[in-house]
Design a protein around this ligand. Structure first.
Ligand code: COA
Length: 611
């Protein structure tokens, strides 16, 4: 395990060597040198090529050992057969971190070579990122050691991507979408360093305010869960995980060679860790934009201001879908907005200032909303109209977002219209103001903000209490397993539950009608009768259950009926007896299940039960 200090060298190196740089500028290694130099890296750069030559005015070192001075990070971009040798050279030079760009390892089944690389690096205390990566960008060191775009927008979003091509594409896309990055890291095959260590660094990194993870497979589920639970309580973490569908999971496994795990388990775990899951890159970017600018505040009921009834209704629907409460003190709203809203508008939330609303009306409405104490956040909606030039919108939204942020109150905007509106949206995004062209996205992001705030207050889950009577429970299960029976019979189940401290209604097993009546009289009516047989798992289907028996005659009839039904339904079934159970008062039926997830370990499922 690396310490935080160790990993920080990866993001703040004093010197970087690039093994596989070439005089041919089109080579990946050359591209990386070009990006490091043009990105304004403040440390030293050493291109390495056995043939010698120069690149970007820097003479090549023929061998690592020729480099005069220490090397913190080495980028390896030579064909796969030469990587182990390059790794050895790096270890010899005392390199702290090697970034292995080269593909052709475990992702294509070449595990032995990858393991040899990791083993050698570990022995010499060198950490490896990759292989099969596009590199690292770190705003802290102005280091663009990637073979992606040379221009990267600086900002506060850190991206950790398991997919190389997608990560590279995201760099370009963040530039277009005006999202600034504090770091972007490609983890590839995760032979050594993985998300856990990167998260440990990013949570402490003062430049990073938001963390975006793109994951395909997870190696060490329990450690990731522990780390995420802690990290997501201090910085918003957004996760995109592919492989939701069966086909997607298969594609992911062949892409990076890692196991995806059951998606529903992943989904539930992310929620429990306080991580926000995005369904798409677009959604993830919307969330990044919001978290990077809107204050994370106590939130509370939302107030919607709109000049269009339709989008007002849509946004109210979206609030309900995402569980975001609406501010509903109609008396307060009526008084506050009477002057801004015409008679044919509405002072009920959503406040409809109508299609005739002017820039000034928006200005006043936003100012009014900010002053209402119970309002936790505001969503202002705009539909382009002839009486309100979209250009005027930019000024108003800039002014109010700054006032709202100062007051620590979340505000988001949604604008819908033609060319002029789209231009305004772009202008505002450049100014780091979250404007959405879709009300659903706006509400989704505000609800994520609210969830994240609440998440921060939630205490970390404690250590689970030891299971009561574990030995007794294990003994019951082992006894069944010895008989090659993979389920428990009613009486065994009851004993397990009782041992674990879960109350069960009184019950007993009868082997004759007389015994059944005796048991029923003892516990009092009404009772239920259920067949006990290792051959009958679905008792109701075999006619093996009769409920609500009120007296001895009904018990006798039911007993006979069960014996008849079961022997007709399953003549070969061995019947051990009939269970007599006191009827429980009606309540909520539940199902509880447990399974060992291959990635995350023991998981439990709880849900509504019944037939
Ligand atoms: N030390 C230093 N230089 C070495 C070397 C070594 N051990 N072995 C080879 N070189 C030199 C080569 O001679 C060449 O320089 P030259 O042009 O002066 O001859 C340079 O390094 C590059 O080697 P080359 O054989 O031309 O390979 P390449 O640049 O075509 O491809 C990779 C190398 C790493 C890019 C390629 O193997 C690869 O893995 N590509 C996929 C990368 C990828 O997609 N990664 C996933 C992230 S999205």
């Amino acid at each position: 395990m690396s310490s935080h200090l160790d990993i920080s060298t990866l993001f703040n190196p004093r010197s970087v060597a690039v093994i596989g740089a070439s005089s041919d500028p089109a080579k990946i290694g050359s591209r990386i040198v070009h990006n490091i130099v043009s990105g304004g890296f403040m440390g030293r750069v050493y291109p390495v090529n056995p043939k010698g030559g120069t690149l970007a005015g820097i003479p090549f070192s023929r061998k690592m050992e020729d480099i005069d001075g220490p090397v913190d990070v080495a980028v390896i971009a030579v064909p796969a057969p030469g990587v182990l040798g390059a790794v050895k050279d790096c270890c010899g030079k005392g390199v702290r971190h090697a970034l292995i760009i080269t593909s052709g390892f475990s992702e294509v089944g070449n595990r032995t070579e990858e393991a040899a690389i990791t083993l050698h690096a570990r022995k010499h205390g060198m950490r490896v990122l990759g292989p099969n990566i596009f590199g690292v960008y770190s705003a802290a060191a102005s280091l663009n050691a990637t073979f992606g775009p040379s221009k990267i927008r600086r900002g506060s979003v850190a991206i950790v991507s398991q997919s190389g091509a997608l990560g590279l594409a995201m760099i370009g896309k963040t530039m277009m979408e005006n999202i600034g990055l504090s770091a972007i890291v490609s983890v590839g095959n995760k032979a050594d360093l993985n998300e856990v260590e990167l998260l440990e660094y990013l949570v402490e990194d003062p430049n990073t305010e938001v963390i975006l993870l793109y994951m395909e497979g997870i190696r060490d589920g329990p450690t990731l869960v522990k780390t995420l639970s802690r990290v997501a309580r201090s910085k918003p973490v957004i996760a995109i995980k592919s492989g939701r569908s069966r086909r997607g999971a298969m594609a992911a496994a062949s892409h990076t060679g890692s196991l995806a795990g059951a998606d529903e388990v992943f989904d539930a775990i992310m929620r429990q860790c306080g991580v926000i899951r995005a369904e798409s890159i677009g959604e993830a970017f919307d969330l990044c934009r919001t978290f990077a600018s809107v204050p994370i505040a106590p939130g509370g009921p939302l107030l919607i201001i709109t000049n269009g009834g339709g989008i007002g209704v849509l946004s109210a629907d979206a609030c309900e879908k995402h569980g975001l409460p609406l501010f509903d003190d109609t008396a307060v709203l009526g008084e506050a907005f009477a002057g801004v809203t015409p008679d044919f508008g509405s002072t009920r939330n959503p406040i409809d200032i109508t299609g005739g609303a002017t820039p000034r009306d928006y200005d006043v409405a936003l100012e009014t909303a900010l002053k209402i104490p119970g309002v936790g956040g505001v969503l202002a909606l705009y539909c382009e109209t002839a009486v309100f030039d979209s250009k005027a919108l930019a000024g108003i939204l800039k002014k109010h977002s700054s006032l709202y942020y100062q007051a620590g109150k979340p505000v988001a905007f949604s604008a819908l219209g033609g060319e002029s509106t789209e231009r305004t949206i772009e202008e505002l995004r450049k100014a780091r103001i979250p404007v959405f062209s879709d009300v659903y996205s706006a509400v989704f992001c505000l609800s994520a903000l609210d969830r994240h705030f609440n998440e921060r207050k939630r205490p970390l889950p404690g250590t689970p209490e030891p299971v009561v009577g574990l030995e007794v429970i294990n003994r019951i299960c082992e006894k069944a397993l010895k008989k090659e029976r993979f389920f428990l019979l009613a009486d065994e189940n009851a004993e397990v539950l009782r041992t674990a401290g879960i109350r069960c209604p009184p019950a007993g097993i009868s082997t004759s009608i007389g015994e059944a009546v005796h048991l029923a009289e003892g516990m009092g009516y009404p009772v239920a009768l259920k067949v006990i047989s290792k051959d009958v798992i679905h008792k109701s289907d075999a006619g093996g259950v009769v409920l609500t028996l009120e007296n001895r005659n009904e018990v006798m009839d039911a007993h006979e009926a069960i014996m008849r039904n079961v022997t007709t339904h399953q003549p070969e079934a061995v019947i051990r007896g009939i269970e007599v159970v006191k009827m429980a008062p009606s309540g909520l039926e539940m199902i509880v299940a447990a399974r060992r997830d291959p990635v995350f370990g023991p998981t439990i499922m709880i849900g509504l039960g019944g037939i």
